[in-house]
Design a protein around this ligand. Structure first.
Ligand SMILES: [Zn+2]
Ligand SMILES: [Zn+2]
Length: 306
């Protein structure tokens, strides 16, 4: 019979962790996630004392949980937090998640800055979807503009480092996608900390050792609101198949995703090549190609405008 009380205290069990065999109550489980994030931050030297930390908060459970945990960790580093939210302008979808961000940031006393596509680019994702060429997938297009919006947000808020909520599942899925696309250059970009010519500000992933499922359970145990509306433009392609495959592997072999992350990080270190600092010929911002992603897609948008 599995235990009905927590391994660390006498409260009722909230979660049984298959890869370690632990049974934990909600409080001890939450503490274990917070400890894990603290360890990830120190192991990869993600934070320096007194920095202003931006947190990219989409309003999903992962980013709100990360904001919640960083608000506890930041004080110890003498740091100040700023929540950064991008409003793509997707009617019927964004309102709920921005409401959730406002509620959580307000509760934690964290300053929130919202940047909209409309203000930054002159069009919303809804407008872009109406004007796009069918050659671009909705997620590729939105991802390109979101990255640009985040770059602008980072510059305008003056943060020293940007934390994003990529979890263990996101990291290993991305690794597998790169392998399956034969994109070894991108494997060299994986890691807990990204800095250099590609970004003007250091990017960190403090959640990269937290399972997606555990991030969800942490959110639930800590009263973090869950989003009920999914993005209407979601088009995941190969990622959904890889997610299903990896979840099946983890079920049969608990802990396998953690081993895969370790392999991914080691391979990434070996595959890393210094990126050439180039500038986009249209907008002058850092780019790995002649035209940056945002400018090449904007061109396609204009070309398809009637
Ligand atoms: Zn306990
Ligand atoms: Zn450009």
């Amino acid at each position: 019979m599995p235990p009905t009380t927590c391994d660390r205290c006498a409260r009722p069990v909230y979660y049984r962790r298959a890869y370690s065999g632990e049974s934990l109550c909600a409080a001890c489980f939450s503490e274990s996630i917070e400890e894990k994030v603290r360890r990830t931050i120190s192991k990869h030297s993600m934070l320096r004392h007194g920095e202003r930390i931006g947190v990219a908060v989409s309003g999903g459970k992962d980013s709100l949980s990360l904001l919640n945990i960083l608000s506890k960790v930041a004080g110890g580093h003498g740091s100040e937090l700023v929540a950064i939210t991008i409003d793509e302008g997707i009617e019927g979808y964004r309102e709920e998640s921005i409401g959730n961000v406002r509620a959580v940031a307000g509760r934690l006393g964290v300053d929130l800055k919202v940047f909209g596509y409309k203000e930054l680019f002159g069009f919303t994702q809804d407008d872009a979807m109406r004007r796009r060429s069918t050659k671009i997938s909705s997620c590729a297009m939105c991802g390109t503009f979101r990255r640009r919006a985040i770059d602008v947000a980072v510059a305008r808020t003056g943060v020293d480092v940007l934390a994003t909520a990529h979890n263990l599942d996101d990291m290993v899925q991305t690794f597998m996608i790169n392998l399956m696309n034969g994109d070894l250059k991108r494997i060299g970009w994986l890691g807990g900390v990204a800095e250099g010519s590609a970004f003007r500000t250091r990017r960190i992933h403090p959640f990269m050792e937290v399972y997606e499922k555990e991030a969800g359970l942490y959110a639930f145990a800590n009263g973090i609101p869950l989003q009920s509306v999914h993005c209407p433009y979601m088009d995941e392609g190969i990622r959904s198949s890889i997610r299903v495959f990896l979840n099946g592997m983890e079920e049969a072999h608990p802990g396998v995703k953690q081993v895969l992350l370790k392999s991914a990080l080691e391979l990434s270190d070996r595959a890393r090549v210094p990126m050439k600092a180039r500038k986009c010929s249209a907008c002058g911002l850092p780019s790995s190609r002649e035209l940056c992603g945002a400018c090449s897609i904007s061109g396609l948008l204009k070309a398809t405008t009637v």
